[in-house]
Ligand binder design. Structure first.
Ligand SMILES: NC(=O)c1ccc[n+]([C@@H]2O[C@H](COP(=O)([O-])OP(=O)(O)OC[C@H]3O[C@@H](n4cnc5c(N)ncnc54)[C@H](O)[C@@H]3O)[C@@H](O)[C@H]2O)c1
Length: 269
C-alpha cells in the first residue's frame, strides 16, 4: 500500500481510545491524517494520542466525549474545527456489546449470552440503543453539518457489526442497534449525496478487542466463534482499520450507502 491516502485530511474517531477505533486512528495517521480522538476516559485517550505522535509524528488531539450527549458531540466538533479548521472524515466506532459492558474490563462469560429478550429491562435496552445507534446518529449529524458548511464534501464510516444481519439470541439490543446503524448509513448516504459526503459502514465479525475478551476467555464462547467463522480465526483490528481506510479515502470514490462485512466469511460458509 502506498502511504499518504489521507494527507492533509482531518479525521474524527469516536471510540478512538480502544480496539477498532484506536487501530483506525493509528492506520489513518500513517496515511497522513490528523486525528481527533473522542472517547470517554481522558487517560486512555491520552495514551492513544501519545502513541500516534510517537510512531507517526502526526498531529493528534483528543476530546473527552460521551457520544450519547448532544452537547459533548457538538463540543467535540467545535474543538476539532477550532484546532484544525476543517473535518474531512468521521469514523463512528464508539459502542458497547451490552448494557453492562465497559471497555477494558473483562466480563466473565459475557452476560449478554443469557440476556434473552424476555428478561431484558427497558433501562438496559435503552442504554445499548442510546450508545450504539443514537450515538452514531449524533456523531454523523454534527460532523456532517461542519462538512457541509465547509463545502468540501467528506466521508463517514460507521462501525456497525455483522450482528446487523445475524439474529443472536441474548443480544437483541445489540443486533437491533447495529441493524439500525446499517439503515441509518443507507438513509444518510442518500441525504448527503448533494453535499458530496459519502456515508458507508463496516460490519465486522468477531474481532480481537476488549469487547470479545470475555467470550474468548470462555471455552464455549471460543468454540462458538470458531464454529461460526469459516476462516477459523478472529479478525484483527488492523484488518478492520484497512477496511475503514478504504471507505474513508478516495479509492472508494464511487461507493456510498454500503456496508462492507470483514467477517472471515460468516455469511458465506
Ligand atoms: N470486537 C468485535 O468483535 C466487534 C464486532 C463487530 C462490531 N464491533 C463494533 O466495533 C466498535 C468498536 O468496538 P471494539 O471491539 O473496538 O471495542 P472496545 O471496547 O475496544 O472499544 C470501544 C470504545 O468505545 C468507547 N465508548 C463506549 N461507549 C462510549 C460512549 N458513550 N461515548 C464515547 N465512547 C464510548 C469505549 O470507551 C472504547 O474506547 C463498536 O461499535 C462495536 O460494536 C466490534
Amino acid at each position: 500500500m502506498t502511504v499518504g491516502r489521507l494527507e492533509g485530511k482531518v479525521v474524527v474517531i469516536t471510540g478512538g481510545a480502544s480496539g477498532i477505533g484506536r487501530a483506525c486512528a493509528m492506520r489513518f495517521a500513517q496515511e497522513g491524517a490528523e486525528i481527533v480522538i473522542a472517547d470517554l476516559v481522558a487517560s486512555r485517550c491520552e495514551e492513544a494520542v501519545e502513541e500516534i505522535r510517537r510512531t507517526t509524528n502526526g498531529r493528534a488531539m483528543y476530546v473527552e466525549t460521551n457520544v450519547c450527549e448532544e452537547n459533548d458531540i457538538e463540543a467535540l466538533a467545535d474543538k476539532a474545527m477550532a484546532e484544525f479548521g476543517h473535518i474531512d472524515c468521521l469514523v463512528a466506532s464508539a459502542g458497547v456489546s451490552n448494557a453492562g459492558y465497559v471497555s477494558g474490563q473483562v466480563i466473565e462469560n459475557d452476560e449478554a449470552l443469557s440476556n434473552h429478550l424476555l428478561n431484558t429491562n427497558v433501562e438496559d435496552w435503552s442504554r445499548v440503543l442510546q450508545i450504539n445507534l443514537t450515538g452514531v446518529m449524533l456523531s454523523d449529524r454534527a460532523i456532517a453539518r461542519r462538512m457541509i458548511a465547509a463545502g468540501n464534501g467528506g466521508t463517514i464510516v460507521n462501525i456497525a457489526s455483522s450482528a446487523a444481519r445475524i439474529a443472536l439470541p441474548g443480544a437483541a439490543d445489540y443486533c437491533v442497534s447495529k441493524a439500525g446503524v446499517e439503515m441509518l448509513t443507507r438513509v444518510f448516504s442518500m441525504e448527503m449525496l448533494e453535499h458530496k459526503i459519502r456515508v458507508n459502514a463496516i460490519g465486522p465479525g468477531f474481532i480481537e478487542t476488549p469487547m470479545t475478551q470475555g467470550l474468548r476467555d470462555n471455552a464455549e464462547g471460543s468454540e462458538m466463534i470458531m464454529a461460526t467463522t469459516p476462516m477459523g480465526r478472529l479478525g484483527t483490528v488492523e484488518e478492520m482499520a484497512n477496511c475503514a481506510l478504504y471507505l474513508a479515502c478516495d479509492e472508494s470514490s464511487y461507493t456510498t450507502g454500503q456496508i462492507l462485512f470483514p467477517n472471515g466469511g460468516i455469511f458465506v460458509g
